[in-house]
Design a protein around this ligand. Structure first.
Ligand SMILES: CC(C)(COP(=O)(O)OP(=O)(O)OC[C@H]1O[C@@H](n2cnc3c(N)ncnc32)[C@H](O)[C@@H]1OP(=O)(O)O)[C@@H](O)C(=O)NCCC(=O)NCCS
Length: 213
């Protein structure tokens, strides 16, 4: 099947948010108690694009975005961009003005999860700033090598930037994702958890890199 891989653009973000929503309905329901508007989810991806555009790839069939991957070189660039480019302020302003229809519960879940995420990120044993942060493919397009192709682009980018290791988290039991990551050279190195349950931590060392390098 003809699918084009390309760097993500501003115009892709609503469709990327659609793909994310189809892929992770349980996480969205757990956090928000409902499926949020696509435009709101797209705001999170706007931050990713702003922070590290070269780390953001989409797969398109014609004009349809069928999958995406975001693989930042340095996770901290997201936090910095969120603060310095005003994303955080914009979200807070919109939330305060009722634009997101956010109650206390989602905010508590988000803060609790960000806290677990930060603790796990800072854990010395797995302190790897380069990440596969998000990857998903529309259900009818899965199993055709699209995620593999997207992640190869992402990993090439991280290799070029000089990332020695790359980390990701995956829910235990997500067999397609685990199979995909294992094939790309990731190994399970530990576990962490958030309010929705456990995560496996997987790490890949750059091919050819010796442990002592
Ligand atoms: C994980 C995901 C991105 C894979 O996308 P994809 O385009 O289907 O992936 P690929 O076709 O490149 O490769 C998938 C691999 O998983 C395997 N796979 C597919 N379905 C599977 C299943 N139910 N059980 C085990 N393995 C499975 C495929 O056989 C393939 O491995 P192979 O090439 O060795 O045969 C896709 O399933 C998805 O979007 N899932 C929902 C979102 C998600 O879980 N993202 C990852 C979060 S960590």
């Amino acid at each position: 099947m003809e699918v084009d891989l390309a760097p993500a653009t501003e115009e892709d973000l609503l469709q990327v948010a659609e793909v994310f929503t189809e892929a992770f309905p349980e996480s969205l329901l757990h956090t928000w108690g409902r499926i949020p508007e696509t435009a709101m989810t797209a705001e999170a991806f706007r931050l990713c694009l702003d922070a590290e555009p070269d780390a953001f790839w989409v797969a398109r069939r014609g004009r349809l975005v069928v999958g995406y991957a975001f693989t930042p070189f340095h996770l901290a660039s997201l936090w910095q961009t969120a603060v310095l480019h005003g994303h955080l302020l914009r979200w807070a302003w919109r939330a305060l003005n009722g634009r997101y229809h956010v109650g206390r519960h989602p905010l508590q879940v988000i803060f609790a999860n960000k806290w677990s995420f930060l603790q796990s990120a800072l854990d010395r044993r797995y302190n790897v700033p380069s990440r596969i942060l998000s990857v998903a493919v529309r259900p009818t397009y899965q199993g055709r090598g699209i995620a593999t192709a997207l992640l190869r682009r992402g990993l090439d980018y991280l290799d070029r930037r000089g990332a020695r290791q790359v980390r990701l988290e995956v829910r235990p039991g997500n067999a397609p994702a685990e199979a995909l990551y294992t094939r790309l050279g990731f190994q399970v190195v530990g576990r962490t958890r958030d309010s929705q349950g456990p995560w496996l931590i997987m790490v890949r060392s750059r091919p050819g890199l010796q442990p002592a390098d």
